[in-house]
Write a new protein. Structure first.
Length: 296
């Protein structure tokens, strides 16, 4: 064997190593980071959402409260008698929007705790139980309206997804063919909406039209979700037995395991690089490599 053979062999090995390194998957979680429990003793946590500063608000549905986890690591109660609030979101004016399952309405809560009802009916009939929501850049609000538990008081014949127009005067039904819609999130450019059909164990993706209606329904993942969020790389986070991370192509790229079954997720903290996870009786967090990607 001559020296040329050795050189050629070395080049092949280097090329293979380069390809191999290029194929290495980089975790969405920060290197060395672990899921940490921040607070416990709740009955059923849901709806984590950060304000502009990064403080995280979340609901304890069965205790009928909304809590706040501040940047300095302190837990406080933001609201008692929350109407069974589930999903939360902040609008551009800093008002906290909440899906009140028990009162069956979508509300806006000011910093003083005063509530304004934004939507409680469709076609003259009471909503089922608003569950989760996402606000687009125009100020329009998408929200899911399933019904869990007792169905005797249902006035709507279906469990659907609605859009409250930016002027907050008109509620449009935009999805009417799901078994039980739940988690919902949109992309920062306002062009794409992801909705989990928890009842059918599937998650779908839609194109958002200029008027807020939806088109081009496609299957995104063959599993449903309670809550959804999106990071700056366009990855979608689903919550079932784990926090499952899917890339834009709908391929599962990672699973984040939590001591309790997760219900919802959201980015928060000062740099929006902390993933907050509500999971049954507790609130958890994990430091991330990725950061907030949704319009907020």
């Amino acid at each position: 064997m001559n020296s040329k053979w050795y050189v050629l062999t070395a080049l092949v090995i280097m090329a293979a190593a380069t390809v191999s390194c290029g194929a290495v998957k980089v975790s969405v979680v920060a290197e060395g980071a672990k899921v940490e429990k921040l607070a416990g003793g709740f009955k059923f946590t849901e709806g984590p959402m950060a304000d502009k500063e990064g403080n995280v608000y979340f609901t304890d549905i069965r205790n009928n409260r909304i809590h706040k986890w501040s940047l300095d690591g302190k837990l406080s109660t933001f609201m008692e008698d929350s109407g069974g609030a589930n999903g939360l979101y902040f609008d551009k004016n800093g008002n906290l929007l909440a899906c009140e399952e028990v009162r069956r309405q979508l509300v806006s809560i000011g910093s003083d705790g005063k509530e304004t009802v934004l939507a409680d009916k469709y076609d003259g009939k009471k909503l089922n139980s608003p569950n989760d929501l996402w606000v687009d850049a125009k100020g329009g609000i998408y929200f899911t309206d399933p019904r869990y538990g007792d169905r005797a008081s249902m006035e709507q014949k279906r469990e659907c997804v609605y859009y409250l127009t930016p002027d907050r005067t008109n509620v449009i039904r935009v999805i009417n063919d799901m078994a039980r819609p739940n988690g919902i999130i949109g992309t920062p450019d306002g062009k794409t909406l992801y909705v989990a059909d928890h009842g059918a164990s599937k998650t779908f993706v839609y194109t958002i039209n200029d008027d807020g209606t939806l088109a081009d329904k496609k299957l995104f993942a063959a599993e449903g979700s309670d809550g959804l969020t999106i990071d700056n790389e366009g990855n979608i986070y689903l919550t079932n037995s784990v926090v499952a991370v899917f890339n834009k192509a709908g391929e599962k790229i990672e699973s984040i395991r939590v001591p309790e079954q997760p219900s919802n997720v959201s980015f928060g903290g000062k740099d929006k690089k902390t993933l907050f996870i509500t999971a049954r009786t507790s609130l958890y967090s994990v430091q991330m490599r990725t950061t907030l990607g949704a319009q907020q």
